[in-house]
Design a protein around this ligand. Structure first.
Ligand SMILES: *[C@@H]1O[C@H](CO)[C@@H](O)[C@H](O)[C@H]1NC(C)=O
Ligand SMILES: *[C@@H]1O[C@H](CO)[C@@H](O)[C@H](O)[C@H]1NC(C)=O
Ligand SMILES: *[C@@H]1O[C@H](CO)[C@@H](O)[C@H](O)[C@H]1NC(C)=O
Ligand SMILES: *[C@@H]1O[C@H](CO)[C@@H](O)[C@H](O)[C@H]1NC(C)=O
Ligand SMILES: *[C@@H]1O[C@H](CO)[C@@H](O)[C@H](O)[C@H]1NC(C)=O
Length: 310
């Protein structure tokens, strides 16, 4: 999934405007004369950019992707969109699957609602393992950009469980009953249970927590869970449908002050990989700072760099 570095460098070089050569020279010199760190140039945008990275929208499978989401495959060290809302399109044409990585784990993007700022995601793990998939990690994400929605409920899995013989009957109703069920590799042998998290089940959850080797809690859609949990087959496959249905996350608009100004002026915020707001990508390949009312002159950064290096 990760881009091949030589190809990436080649792509970057191909897109590097020729007048930026003095900047590269300056960086080269700076490294060799040991300029103190405090004088290091902060990460910056070029003064012009390839406007196609900010095009109105991309299609990946059935999902239309547009700002503040962005595609990964351009190879620049800045985004036209919010750092964490980076989408990788797996496959092509109608079968393409948009994938987002949160906390180092991959999720399929099922829908994006731009009006309510909500995305519907499903853990990529739940599409394997037939009707009885296993989740192997909690859902974690950086709250700078994303938030749980109120339509989510918690579903908790207990794997690698060894309960006392006298207890098995009491807990039987919560046991996953699929002939071909495979618990996650890290869980070790033992029974598996799935429990809807609510107050009444405190005792149950505590006992399971004491006697199982692995606990995973994931968000699912509350209404979908309620409907499915009433069905006979909930623990023999119904829960898998609930997982595949996905969960919602909301994204926050313009967390950085400069980014807010940028968007107000119809620009799009550029961020570094480290979530720093870098400037405003404006119409016609021009860069503004902080907004499109303040366009950075096309030669400014190279001029500054050559002055410093002489
Ligand atoms: C991107 O790379 C260029 C040149 O390699 C550098 O001048 C610039 O500061 C970098 N920008 C970011 C945001 O890291
Ligand atoms: C999931 O989070 C809970 C606490 O919130 C923790 O006890 C559990 O170990 C985590 N599971 C995994 C697989 O990291
Ligand atoms: C789900 O669990 C988390 C902690 O693991 C908690 O903060 C959150 O409020 C729970 N959500 C619901 C809907 O109960
Ligand atoms: C969990 O293990 C403890 C001993 O480690 C045992 O006393 C308890 O009955 C077990 N709980 C269940 C539900 O089997
Ligand atoms: C979001 O909710 C899920 C479960 O509903 C929970 O496991 C997770 O910890 C929550 N994440 C945050 C960042 O609150």
């Amino acid at each position: 999934m990760s881009a091949n570095p030589p190809r990436l460098l080649a792509t970057m070089a191909a897109h590097l405007p020729v007048p930026r050569l003095p900047v590269l020279l300056f960086v080269f010199l700076a490294v060799h004369v040991h300029v103190p760190a405090s004088h290091a140039i902060p990460p910056s945008l070029p003064t012009i950019y390839d406007g196609s990275i900010c095009s109105e929208s991309f299609r990946c499978g059935g999902v239309s992707i547009s700002y503040p989401f962005y595609l990964t495959d351009y190879g620049y060290n800045y985004s036209c969109g919010y750092t964490d809302l980076k989408i990788f399109c797996q496959g092509e044409g109608p079968t393409g699957i948009p994938v987002i990585s949160l906390g180092g784990e991959n999720y399929a993007v099922q829908k994006i609602f731009y009006d309510t700022h909500t995305i519907i995601l499903a853990d990529s793990d739940v599409f394997v393992g037939g009707s009885c998939p296993a989740v192997s990690h909690n859902v974690t994400f950086d709250e700078t950009w994303l938030h749980n929605t109120s339509s989510n409920a918690n579903l908790t899995f207990f794997f690698g469980c060894h309960l006392g013989d006298s207890m098995t009957l009491e807990f039987d109703a919560y046991k996953i009953k699929c002939a071909n069920f495979k618990s996650p590799p890290h869980a070790g042998p033992g029974d598996s249970f799935v429990v809807m998290t609510d107050e009444h089940d405190r005792y149950l959850e505590q006992e399971l927590a004491r006697n199982c080797s692995m606990i995973v809690t994931v968000p699912v859609n509350h209404d979908v869970l309620m409907a499915a949990s009433n069905q006979q087959n909930f623990r023999s496959g119904g829960y898998g449908d609930v997982l595949r249905h996905g969960f919602g996350l909301e994204w926050e608009r313009a967390t950085a002050v400069g980014c807010h100004q940028c968007e107000e002026s119809n620009g799009r915020c550029a961020y570094s990989q480290h979530s720093e707001f870098l400037g405003c990508l404006c119409h016609g390949g021009k860069v503004g700072n902080p907004d499109c009312e303040h366009i950075v002159p096309a030669t400014a950064s190279t001029a500054t760099a050559s002055r410093k290096s002489s």
